[in-house]
Design a protein around this ligand. Structure first.
Ligand code: NAP
Ligand code: GDD
Length: 399
């Protein structure tokens, strides 16, 4: 998506609901924008200027500005940054949103150890900038605010499962910044009567998940290894356990949180937890590869135990790669550089409040999430294979 004329002026001439999404170019932002557009919203999003185009996830939502009327649902993008309060205030003033979804953040836990000050600014103070702008602009009664809080707040979990009443124990600069964002949201709600809510979301993934989060790293590697495009997958802590859901189910819940009568904070989770090692096994099972793990800690390895050729041929067509030759090969190893200075060992959420008070339930089970991601990454990597077969260089990203 290239630069587009700003269509924000249309927002004032319509009875349609107007939403502003920070972080619209991210995983959740893109699903939420699609969801709200289908509901008939006018959606405004804040994107960062980058040296390369960064709108891949929302390009399919683009509409020719010449076809837009005040009564058409549409998407408008604004340049901005969570670290720039004047910019955020101006955009909120122009857009006059009914709902703000504050999803923008440097969201990678491991990276936050390397950029702690920036994360405090963007993820922590950035949230304050949004709340304060709404207050200063006199929009406290009009604008409802969703804050993207996280299960990382529970960190070194004080109880299992974790619910809205579990004490926080953040374990990374990311989680500490998000803790400030959580409490400043509560404070503005209590001090100024703002409709501001925290969604404490447990991990949620999808085919458009960032490539360096563990699930996507695994599904991309499993697809490449199955096609003969990669030899090995290096991971960190295989014992870590996460409560993984599908992003599509979670963005629906963000919207539901802002439609309730009272502003409250909500835990959104599946209520099931799975080790990284088991996610790896599930991803490879999708392509008919059964793995066995041997060894302990940094010496643990994932080895191809057997291959279901029928399954392999069912999901991978026209491959010239002889996968049977790989039985006995080590394809997963542990690399200490993916360990974190302080780790969150186990997250398991209790979504009872959301299920009983809001009637939320997830549509995707973990197996369906893995299948959705694997199907998509196999398609993507098959394209890479065609390029390679055609003599083009394909890039490998090992982060
Ligand atoms: P994501 O894919 O990493 O997307 C983050 C978005 O924030 C991107 O659009 C990114 O822009 C934008 N962004 C980053 N820094 C910014 C800045 N300084 N100014 C403006 N925009 C900035 O994250 P996600 O998975 O969609 O998560 C959405 C939100 O939910 C985040 O706040 C995350 O911390 C939180 N959360 C996520 C999960 C999860 O499991 N996914 C769970 C709990 C909470 P670029 O595209 O330009 O990088
Ligand atoms: N990224 C990554 N890469 N993680 C690995 C790897 C690896 O190679 N190997 C093992 N892991 C482990 C991590 O140590 C962690 O325990 C777990 O896999 C999940 O890591 P991520 O997928 O990076 O996600 P996260 O749980 O740290 O953070 C995500 O979920 C949070 C909600 O709980 C992010 O989306 C956060 O923004 C979000 O708040």
């Amino acid at each position: 998506m290239t630069d587009k004329p700003n269509t924000s002026h249309l927002a004032h001439n319509t009875s349609k609901r107007v939403a502003l999404i920070t972080g619209i170019t991210g995983q959740d932002g893109s699903y939420l924008a699609e969801f709200l557009l289908k509901k008939g919203y006018i959606v405004h999003g804040i994107k960062r200027r980058a040296s390369l185009l960064n709108t891949d996830r929302i390009d399919h939502l683009y509409q020719d500005p010449h076809d837009i009327t005040p009564n058409t649902s549409h998407l408008a993008l604004h340049y901005g940054d969570m670290t720039d309060s004047m910019n955020l205030t101006r955009i909120i003033q122009e857009v006059q949103p009914d709902e703000i979804y504050n999803l923008a953040a440097m969201s990678h836990v491991a990276v936050s150890f390397e950029t702690p000050e920036y994360v405090a600014n963007a993820d922590g103070t950035g949230t304050l900038r949004i709340l304060e702008a709404v207050k200063l602009l006199g929009l406290t009664k009009k604008t409802r605010i969703y804050q993207a809080s996280t299960s990382e707040l529970f960190g070194k979990a004080q109880e299992t499962p974790q619910s809205e009443t579990t004490p926080f124990y953040p374990r990374s600069p990311y989680a500490v910044a998000k803790m400030y964002a959580y409490w400043i949201t509560v404070n503005y709600r209590e001090a100024y009567g703002m409709f501001a809510c925290n969604g404490i979301l447990f991990n949620h993934e999808s085919p458009v998940r960032g490539e360096t989060f563990v699930t996507r790293k695994i599904t991309r590697a499993a697809s490449k290894i199955a096609l003969g495009l990669q030899d090995k997958l290096y991971l960190g802590n295989l014992d870590a356990k996460r409560d993984w859901g599908h992003a599509k189910d979670y963005v629906r819940m963000m919207w539901m949180i802002l439609q309730t009568e009272n502003a409250e904070d909500w835990v959104i989770a599946t209520g099931e937890t799975t080790a990284v090692r088991d996610f790896v096994k599930m991803a490879f099972e999708y392509v008919g590869i059964t793995l066995r793990f041997e060894g302990k800690s940094v010496n643990e390895k994932g080895i191809i135990d057997s291959i279901d050729e029928k399954r392999y041929n069912q999901v991978i067509q026209n491959s010239t790669f002889n996968i049977q030759n790989c039985i006995g090969s080590t394809i997963v190893e542990v690399d200490e550089r993916y360990f974190r200075p302080t780790e969150v060992d186990l997250l398991l959420g209790d979504p009872t409040k959301a299920e009983t008070k809001l009637g939320w339930s997830r549509e995707y089970k973990l197996e369906e999430l893995v299948n959705d991601m694997m199907k998509s990454d196999l398609k993507l990597m098959t394209k890479e294979q065609y390029l390679k077969d055609g003599g083009y260089t394909i890039m490998n990203y090992f982060e």
